[in-house]
Design a protein around this ligand. Structure first.
Ligand code: PLP
Length: 394
């Protein structure tokens, strides 16, 4: 059987993690892998999560099957978090899914059932897993302009012009907030224009919401999603609880669909559940029950929001420290964009050679496209890092 196969390409991030682990220099810095790290370089279990788990341990009565849509209370709590009052609930359905990735997967499968071979338009660049998930679901992928390597902001006019040219049957994949890999995001006024464009053309928005709360706060980060929800008849949302609840390995996310009316929502949902049943049958409960417990208990929810704010503020402060340190040393505002970006990442716009020099010369690791994870910046070595960047770009 297997002699017909050729070797699949390895995962670049995992390879980078391996290289970092093998580097014996004590001064090495990991800005590669996309997980939040605290000031000790640890990806912590959030205290609200630990407390929820303690409660679950003593209160859980059964581990029998949950059903295809997963934990119902979790679904309700996620909808409350994401939707606000942007859309009538009878048009909305939610299914818990394994992480943001699993949510993207089942929703792409749904798109392919509705419109076989439809084109998913993704930002240039986008998260490396969007293309394979779309292609493996039978869909086509095209890109729309997004990142401007000169300003390191969004090429908004070109983006909007490209989206304006789409029509019904096209899918537009948008990062709800905290764009990965660039860190460059839309302003509220720009979201308004995107929502108006989608309402005009009838293209379907598909929102990847993997970093809610990592940018400027939950309310600010959800602005674009809610604006779109209140502007267009149909939307898909892939929610992830991996980053904002620190539940990476629990694989908790949610596939949300919004249809024109309750009847179409029910029909589309039956297809979504059918896709899930034929793939992994039902999602794992543990992470979902943690999130349900936190979001439905006022004290735990407040504690989680505080912890999330601490993580977010740490990343914002590291951004500012790095751009200040570079400005002090270079007398240039060229790296100020790092402070303007939001979320866990910034795309620096460095050449591959510069990325290689940083790794070989200074032990500074980032992905080959020059994306840094700002949470990996060691607070006491911001100056060293600034020097290394300036030397690398020459
Ligand atoms: N979408 C984006 C943009 C991401 O960066 C990630 C994770 O890195 C995900 C979705 C999926 O995350 P997970 O499947 O771990 O929840």
């Amino acid at each position: 059987m297997f002699e017909t196969l050729t070797k699949a390409p390895g995962d670049k991030i995992l390879a980078l993690m391996g290289e970092f682990a093998a580097d014996s220099r004590p001064t090495k810095i990991d800005l590669g892998v996309g997980v939040y790290k605290d000031e000790k370089g640890v990806t912590p279990v959030m205290s609200a999560v630990r407390k929820a788990e303690e409660r679950m341990l003593s209160s859980e009565k059964t581990k029998t099957y949950l059903g295809i849509a997963g934990n119902k209370g979790y679904g309700e709590a996620v909808l409350e978090l994401v939707l606000g009052d942007s859309v009538a609930r009878d048009r909305v359905r939610i299914a818990q899914a394994p992480g943001g990735t699993g949510s993207l997967w089942v929703l792409m499968q749904l798109v392919n059932r509705a419109r076989p071979g439809a084109t998913v338009h993704v930002s240039a660049p986008t998260w490396a897993n969007h293309n394979p998930i779309a292609l493996n679901s039978g869909l086509e992928v095209a890109t729309y302009p997004y990142f401007d390597p000169t300003t390191r902001g969004v090429k908004f006019e070109q983006m909007l012009a490209a989206i304006d040219r789409l029509g019904p049957g096209d899918v537009v994949l948008l990062h709800g907030c905290c764009h990965n890999p660039t860190g460059a995001n839309l302003s509220e006024a720009q979201w308004d224009q995107v929502a108006a464009s989608l309402a005009r053309t009838g293209a379907l928005p598909f929102i990847d919401l993997a970093y809610l709360g990592f940018g400027d706060g939950i309310e600010a980060d959800i602005y674009g999603t809610r604006k779109i929800l209140s502007s267009v008849p149909e939307t898909l949302i892939a929610f992830s609880g991996s980053k904002n609840f620190g539940l990476y390995r629990e694989r908790v996310g949610a596939a949300i669909l919004v249809a024109r009316n309750a009847g179409e929502a029910e029909t589309a949902y039956s297809q979504l559940l059918n896709i899930i049943r034929g793939a992994y049958s039902q999602p794992p409960d543990h992470g979902a029950e943690i999130i349900r417990t936190i979001l439905t208990d006022p004290a735990l929810r407040a504690e989680w929001e505080d912890e999330l704010a601490t993580m977010r503020n740490r990343m914002i402060s590291l951004r500012k420290k790095l751009s200040d340190a570079i400005r002090e040393r270079s007398n240039s505002t060229d790296f100020d964009f790092v402070a303007d970006h939001r979320g866990m990442f910034s795309l620096l716009g460095l050449s591959t050679e510069a990325v290689d020099r940083l790794k070989a010369g200074d032990g500074v690791y980032m992905t080959g496209d020059s994306r840094i994870n700002v949470a990996g910046i060691p607070e006491d070595r911001v100056g060293d890092l600034a020097e290394a960047f300036l030397t690398a770009i020459g």
